[in-house]
Design a protein around this ligand. Sequence first.
Ligand code: NIG
Ligand code: FE
Length: 411
Amino acid sequence: MTTLITNIKELLQVRETNHELVSGEAMKALPTIKNAFLLIDHDTIVDYGEMKDSKGIVADKTIDARGKLVLPTWCDSHTHIVYAGNREQEFVDRINGLSYEDIANRGGGILNSAEKLQNTSEEDLYNQSAERLKQVIKLGTGAIEIKSGYGLTVEAELKMLRVIKRLKKDFPVKVKATLLGAHAVPKAYKDNKEAYVDLVINELIPQVAKLQLARYIDVFCEKGYFDLNDTERILKAASNYNLTPKIHVNQFNAFGGVGLGVKYHALSVDHLEELNDEDIQVLKGSKTIPVALPSCSYFLSIPYTPARKLIDAGLPLALATDYNPGSTPSGNMNFVVSTACIKMKMTPEEAINAATINGAYAMGISNMYGSITKGKKANVIITKKVPSYNFLPYAFGDNHIDTVLINGNVQ
Ligand code: NIG
Ligand code: FE
């Protein structure tokens, strides 16, 4: 089955050769072809070029994209979409003056979600999560990382990871799973955090590795959650099981989490709303990509990750949603791209690079996703008729997506 997309006003993120990621100054360039065609065979991109060079190509199906843009689907490298229920009451409590920290200190926050999840059946959890996944695919997400971390017992963490495995099997989008056992100290271990870290190291990690339920390991490295010592113990243990770190660092406080991530060859360090010069220095020369989550900053009214500082220092940057019930109840990558431009002063080219090829790198899949490259998966967004790609982040809040193709199939 071949599909030919014709008369594309502009085909975005065309990379002849396979780029792993783009960094610094190179992020300012978004390679495109105007008045283009794209040829798909089954689930793979096989050809593209200018319309004038498409003569003679016959396909089983043709999609006319006159006036429309085509770009790779978004690669959302940081989400927590498997959760039970919501936390809209905490949202109202914050409006009325409580902080995210106040809510966590009185037993709400992540512990609230953990209690809900522990009391939700696996089937119900799957159905709630599948609904979110369907919704983000419609919004143009074609690859997604999903974390555990609302179980906080061996049993409930495994339940979450089995749900992620089932989503992976049932949906055509690429799914990567991350074990976030150390997301918060559970109530039962309130006065004995060490024992919980021991449980993560001695039971959770070995079981998850044995069952092959995750590829990555995450820790919420933050004051009041897990300190550098806890994080290092977990990363060290995980390295024996080939679980690569992708960690939550510097959301509220910068105290060396970035350096620790780099030391353990983290694929990504995520959040970075607080960032100091040492963090930037340590990232230089490493293969660890920083990931910014602007919807989280927006929702919690906390600082935005200093994208300019990172990119101007020559570093790469990825953008992701952080979709979760507490700090970011939104999985809309289009909003992330707009917000990155509006609030973080990223150019549209930088933001699109950060949300496609660099997002793919941040989940270890940039060899097959994140750009229009021959041989890569045919995961593409066809926009509505728009004047230019700058219009996508500019006209924020509108849905500019006409069609999403995943593995060559219209969703
Ligand atoms: O990435 N910061 C830690 N974890 C999530 C929020 C978790 C929650 O509030 O439920 C985040 O923002
Ligand atoms: Fe997160």
